[in-house]
Design a protein around this ligand. Structure first.
Ligand code: HEC
Length: 392
C-alpha cells in the first residue's frame, strides 16, 4: 500500500503501466458505488448517504499518473505513423505496453516483408530477450507465417515459455497428424518444466493418432502425482464426453454416467407406468409427479428410504389409489441407478462440478448404509415420518 488520499471520494478501481513506463491509476471518484438494493430508503446506508449528501457526487472520474522521483519517463509512442519494419524492435522492449502494441500493429499491417526480421528474432539469430523471442514467434503465428524450421528451433529454445508456445503453435501440424511433428513434440514430454509437459498433454491429449495417445499415456504414467496433469486429462476427457453425450450428461465422470444411463432403462420399464415417462405423473393420477419433487432433491436419504421400504399415505394433501411399493429386493446398485436418474432427469441436480454442490448421483454405498440401518421387515414410511426422521 503505497498510495493514500485525503479526498473522501478517491476510488482507485484499476491501474495500468503506460507507454512512458509510469503507473496510471483510474479513479472513479464517485460518492457511492453500491447496489441500490442495499441503499434503499430506510436502510442504514441510506441514512449515512443522505447525512453526508454524497449521492449526487458523480461525473468526476479521473486518471492519475504516478511519477517516481528517480525515473525518467519514456518517449511518446508513434506506432500508428511508422512502417512495419520499424515496429519489430519494440517486440523486445522492456515495457510490456510497447511489446503488446507493436505485436498488435504488426499483425494489423500484415506486411509480410518483416517476416525475415521476425524469424531472426524468434530463433535468436538476432540477439533478443526471451520475451522478445516469444513476441516475435506469436507475431509470426498471427501473420500466418509460421514454418517448420522456426518452430523446430523454438521447440529447442532455452526458455520454457518459448518451448511451451512452440508446442501450442505446432498444433496446426499436429491436427494434420504430422508424425514427424508429433514425435518431436512428444520428446518434450520429458521436459524438466511442468508448463511444457502440461502443454504437451493439452496439444496431444485429444489427438487420435496412436503415437500421440501413447505419448500422453506415458507422460501421465511417469508423473502420477501431478495434479495439474491429472486435471488436464480430466478436462480433455470431459470435452470428448460432452461431444458424445451432450453437455449435461457428458459433464459427469464416466462411472456416474453409467449409473444414470442404467437408471434410465430401469425407469422406463419399472417406474414410468405410474410416474409417467416424463416424470409428470399420468392423467389417471396413479402416482405423484417426480419432476421437481422437492424432497427427492433435498435429501438423498429421503428417496433411498422410499425405494427401500415404500411410501404410503397422502403427499402434499393428496391421496393416491395405491402406495409406493418397496423395491428392496433389488440390489444397491439398481436402487442407486434409478435414483440417480430421477434426480438427474427430473430434479435437475447437477454433476459435482461446483465445489460443495451436491451431485445428482446416488452411490450404491449410500443405499447399503440405509439398508443396514433397518430390518428388512420395516414397513412403508409416511411423509410425516420421513420429514421428522431426516428432514430436520
Ligand atoms: C404402481 C405404481 C408405482 C410404481 C410402479 C412406482 N411408483 Fe413411485 N410412487 C407411487 C405412489 C402411489 C406414490 C405416492 C405414495 C403415497 O401416496 O405416499 C409414489 C411415490 C414415489 C416417490 C416419492 C415422491 C415424492 O413426492 O416425494 C418416489 C421418489 C418414487 N415414487 C419413486 C419411484 C421409482 C424410482 C419407481 C421405479 C423404480 C417407482 N416410484 C415406481 C406409485 C408407483
Amino acid at each position: 500500500e503505497f498510495i493514500a488520499s485525503t479526498d473522501f471520494f478517491f476510488r482507485p478501481v484499476n491501474t495500468y503501466t503506460g507507454p512512458d513506463g509510469l503507473l496510471y491509476i483510474i479513479d472513479m471518484n464517485r460518492g457511492i458505488i453500491q447496489e441500490s438494493n442495499w441503499t434503499r430508503k430506510g436502510t442504514f446506508l441510506r441514512g449515512k448517504i443522505d447525512y453526508f449528501n454524497i449521492a449526487n457526487v458523480n461525473q468526476r472520474g479521473r486518471i492519475w499518473r504516478l511519477v517516481h522521483d528517480d525515473f525518467t519517463p519514456g518517449p511518446k509512442p508513434h506506432m500508428l505513423d511508422v512502417p512495419a519494419a520499424d515496429l519489430v524492435q519494440y517486440l523486445d522492449h522492456p515495457n510490456g505496453w510497447w511489446r503488446d502494441n507493436a505485436q498488435k500493429q504488426l499483425i494489423l499491417l500484415d506486411d509480410k516483408a518483416v517476416v525475415p526480421a521476425l524469424q531472426d528474432m524468434a530463433t535468436g539469430r538476432k540477439n533478443a530477450s526471451a520475451l522478445g523471442r516469444l513476441h516475435a514467434l506469436w507475431t509470426l503465428e498471427g501473420l500466418n507465417a509460421i514454418d517448420k524450421p522456426v518452430l523446430l528451433t523454438a521447440l529447442s529454445d532455452a526458455d520454457p515459455q518459448m518451448r511451451k508456445a512452440a508446442i501450442w503453435i505446432s498444433e496446426r501440424y499436429l491436427h494434420q497428424q504430422d508424425t514427424g511433428m508429433i514425435t518431436r513434440v512428444g520428446q518434450l514430454a520429458n521436459d524438466a518444466n511442468y508448463d511444457v509437459k502440461t502443454q504437451v498433454l493439452l496439444s496431444l491429449g485429444a489427438n487420435k493418432h496412436p503415437l500421440a495417445q501413447q505419448i500422453t499415456q506415458e507422460l501421465l504414467a511417469k508423473n502420477p502425482d501431478n495434479e495439474m496433469l491429472k486435471r488436464v486429462r480430466f478436462s480433455l476427457d470431459r470435452n470428448e464426453d460432452a461431444k458424445k453425450y451432450g453437455m449435461k450428461l457428458g459433464s459427469f465422470p464416466a462411472p456416474e454416467r453409467k449409473l444414470i444411463l442404467a437408471g434410465s432403462e430401469i425407469y422406463k420399464g419399472m417406474c414410468s407406468p405410474c410416474h409417467g415417462s416424463d416424470g409428470m405423473g399420468l392423467p389417471t393420477n396413479a402416482a405423484p409427479a417426480l419432476k421437481g419433487a422437492k424432497h427427492v432433491n433435498h435429501d438423498r436419504d429421503f428417496a433411498i428410504r422410499i425405494l427401500l421400504h415404500g411410501l404410503k399415505g397422502p403427499i402434499e394433501g393428496k391421496t393416491y389409489p395405491s402406495e409406493m411399493a418397496s423395491m428392496k429386493d433389488n440390489s444397491d446398485e439398481w436402487i442407486a441407478s434409478v435414483l440417480s436418474y430421477i434426480r438427474y432427469e427430473f430434479v435437475g441436480t447437477s454433476a459435482r462440478g461446483v465445489k460443495g454442490r451436491q451431485s445428482a448421483v446416488v452411490q450404491p454405498e449410500e443405499v447399503r448404509k440405509v439398508r443396514e440401518a433397518y430390518t428388512s421387515a420395516r414397513e412403508a414410511w409416511t411423509i410425516d415420518e420421513l420429514e421428522k426422521n431426516i428432514l430436520k
